[in-house]
Design a protein around this ligand. Structure first.
Ligand SMILES: [Zn+2]
Ligand SMILES: [Zn+2]
Length: 237
């Protein structure tokens, strides 16, 4: 399997635009999140030779503009595309998906999208004191379950523990995406990184809203098992 980072806060590729948000394409056909700006999303897809017509489904991690921003223009090009959402997303989001002629699929819990790809379903979370449910993407390979997160508002450790409930004796070779630790104190970030090691997360790629400080701490704790993730990067899973 492979994953291409379509949208992120950073890039090291001149041809690729960076912007606040996250989007990742798995095996050229399952899109996880859509970044903030549709024009940047499409620009990067073009540069990365993504065929929009080959996208089979979109998974939205959570109902925040920097993850849903490109969805509406994508639905404009691709009517009836299945959109995997959580039941707790806002009524506005669900209504807009229907208005834009997407096929809304709400997952309360674990759901297979196809043989190698599944979602956790809704994990309760919080953002600025308000309810913000979120789901993660799980990629099944010979190495175990790779987890991709949007912002991790429920907490990155809670998200991984949820994955572990579905696959108790599987390896977790890699977790990447937004860990949302921008406003978390260094000591707490260290505890989180240590818990992830303890749970058995082999490699980490904190990006998007993880924060610079968290990236430095994860790099220190994970050493060679820290993966720098930026828009335009491709990963073999
Ligand atoms: Zn975000
Ligand atoms: Zn968010």
């Amino acid at each position: 399997m492979n994953a291409v980072i379509i949208y992120d806060n950073a890039t090291d590729n001149e041809e690729i635009r960076y912007g606040w948000g996250f989007s990742c394409l798995v095996d050229q056909r399952i899109l996880f999140d859509t970044g903030e700006q549709a024009d940047s999303l499409f620009h990067n897809m073009k540069q990365l030779h993504v065929d929009i017509d080959q996208i089979e489904a979109v998974v939205i991690s959570h109902d925040h503009w920097d993850h849903t921003g490109g969805l509406w223009a994508l639905l404009n090009k691709r009517n009836r595309l299945p959109i995997y959402a959580c039941p707790g997303f806002s009524a506005e989001f669900k209504q807009k998906v229907r208005q834009c002629k997407g096929t809304l699929i709400e997952a309360e819990t674990y759901k297979d999208i196809d043989e190698g790809v599944a979602i956790t379903g809704e994990i309760p979370g919080e953002y600025n004191g308000a309810f913000m449910p979120e789901q993660a993407l799980m990629l099944k390979s010979g190495k175990g379950i790779t987890v991709i997160t949007g912002c991790s508002h429920p907490g990155i450790v809670t998200m991984i523990q949820t994955v572990k409930r579905f696959y108790s004796d599987t390896q977790i070779p890699l977790v990447f995406g937004g860990f949302h630790l921008m406003n978390t104190k260094p000591a707490a970030i260290r505890r989180i990184a240590a818990s992830m090691r303890e749970i058995g997360v082999e490699k980490v790629g904190p990006t998007h809203c993880s924060g610079h400080e968290a990236q430095m701490i994860f790099k220190e704790i994970y050493g060679d098992d820290f993966i720098a993730i930026k828009a335009g990067h491709a990963l073999e899973i």
